[in-house]
Design a protein around this ligand. Structure first.
Ligand SMILES: [Zn+2]
Length: 450
């Protein structure tokens, strides 16, 4: 495949490389330069005229990107994708009510097939908004696996486990069965361990999960200190912050994804930085709970690795990473009451930072050798002109309609608002079919108690 006449944007240094062609083969960018498309066309016609040409050789697919930008695909570092099914079903409530009165009751109703449908719906939404890779932390991940495989999306899957409550040991066993069976089944989909959080999981259980991660050479994905209350409770019960608990139990280590860490102390942030773990910052969730603080600025100052997540659509309502970036900038500026903090060159690179945290070195730059997970953006729309500042336009003005083509692993998966591997109408029809069963709240109690 050749992408012709594109402008490569680099968010790491806010640079542009104008009017170049990119050649893609076997899931990677193999060549960047001028005139590649012309050479391919000339080569193709030469081959067609040659008497002994290799007739089986297909002409190279050429995508005309004249006037468009190309960037690496966005990475959603923390999502509960199938919660698309619960979008809008727990509004205007605080965190405690959100969990105990809604989400953990709904999730008792979840069937494996619901996760398949909800994940396909979420994959559709992500791909159409330029997100090519997600770290998904949820239940029935064997069905999520099938959904991502069908969608053609890159994903890291963690089956959420509590280590406490009704039938928890069976859930853990199910997770290990999944890991054994699905590991290495698809090079685009990696698996991790997904203990829920230090406020739900017993600490002996966290230690066991960390040992298992070592034994199986797997990474971990866990929630930590999304509220100040969790820190206070941990300090009074254990004399340690939740991040320190993760350090003690062996969960804090290179490659671990910490969802939130929003109330990490400065000491915690140093621990996180030194451990090599990465944080998924999910600004819209905090904003919706009315909780504004300067975590992002402190984390970046401390040198911690930070990517962006959306969290589940039951708290965030969308799976858009451009929106997450915008909210991250707003929350930081508001927390410090200072328009000059969280500038574009600090915030925009975060849309890709999850790639490195997930183990793709150098992710975030369009270079020879980098993954062919790419997004073409069409700026010829009313909301993206004029171009006083291209990068400001992308951070603050872009909408889904600007996402022209999405490529994962060298294959086109979405083009001009259409998905090539998902029948969106059918997914929407199935969603409508299952939601009333899932949002039935006639239960004595929630799955867990917050
Ligand atoms: Zn979460």
């Amino acid at each position: 495949m050749i992408i012709r006449n594109a402008t490569i944007l680099c968010f790491q240094d806010l640079s542009q490389l104008k009017r170049v062609d990119l050649r893609i083969a076997e899931g990677r960018i193999v060549e960047i330069g001028p005139g590649l498309a012309e050479q391919a066309s000339a080569g193709g016609s030469a081959r067609r005229h040659a008497r002994d040409s290799d007739r089986s050789e297909k002409p190279e697919q050429i995508i005309d990107a004249s006037g468009m930008y190309v960037i690496p695909g966005l990475v959603n570092l923390h999502a509960h994708t199938a919660m698309t099914l619960l979008r809008g079903a727990a509004e205007d409530v605080n965190e405690q009510r959100w969990f105990n009165d809604y989400v953990w009751i709904y999730e008792r109703n979840l069937k494996p097939e619901d996760v398949y449908v909800g994940t396909l719906l979420g994959a559709a939404e992500m791909l159409l908004s330029g997100v090519t890779c997600v770290a998904d932390h949820y239940f029935h991940m064997d069905r999520a696996f099938e959904a991502y495989r069908q969608a053609g999306m890159r994903a890291d899957l963690s089956w959420a486990v509590f280590g406490t409550g009704e039938g928890w040991d069976r859930q853990v066993e199910q997770t290990f069965e999944f890991l054994r069976e699905y590991r290495n089944r698809d090079p685009r989909i990696t698996l991790s361990l997904g203990p829920h959080s230090p406020y739900i999981c017993p600490h002996t259980f966290l230690r066991r999960v960390a040992d298992q991660a070592t034994e199986m050479d797997l990474k971990m994905h866990i929630h930590v200190c999304e509220t100040g209350g969790q820190v206070d409770q941990s300090l009074s019960e254990h004399g340690k912050t939740p991040v320190e608990v993760l350090g003690d139990t062996g969960v804090l280590r290179p490659g671990t994804i910490l969802a939130h860490a929003y109330y990490a102390t400065d000491r915690d942030l140093k621990l996180i930085r030194d451990s090599g773990a990465g944080v998924a910052h999910c600004a819209k969730t905090y904003l919706k709970f009315g909780d504004v603080n300067d975590f992002l600025l402190r984390a970046l100052d401390a040198g911690a690795k930070v990517g962006l997540g959306t969290d589940g659509p039951c708290s965030n309502n969308t799976l858009s990473i451009f929106e997450a970036a915008r909210d991250a900038a707003f929350i930081a500026k508001s927390a410090r009451d200072d328009a000059e903090v969280a500038p574009i060159d600090d915030v925009l690179p975060l849309v890709h930072r999850g790639g490195e945290i997930l183990g793709f070195p150098g992710y975030g730059r369009v270079e020879e050798g980098s993954l062919a997970d790419l997004v073409l953006i069409d700026p010829a729309t009313a909301n993206l002109v004029p171009e006083h500042n291209v990068f400001a336009n992308l951070l603050y003005s872009l909408n889904q309609g600007n996402i022209h083509t999405v490529i994962v692993d060298g294959l086109v998966v979405a083009r001009q608002g259409f998905l090539l591997n998902i029948d969106l109408k059918e997914v929407i029809a199935k969603t409508v079919e299952v939601v009333s069963r899932i949002t039935n709240r006639d239960y004595d109690g929630p799955l867990q108690r917050y």
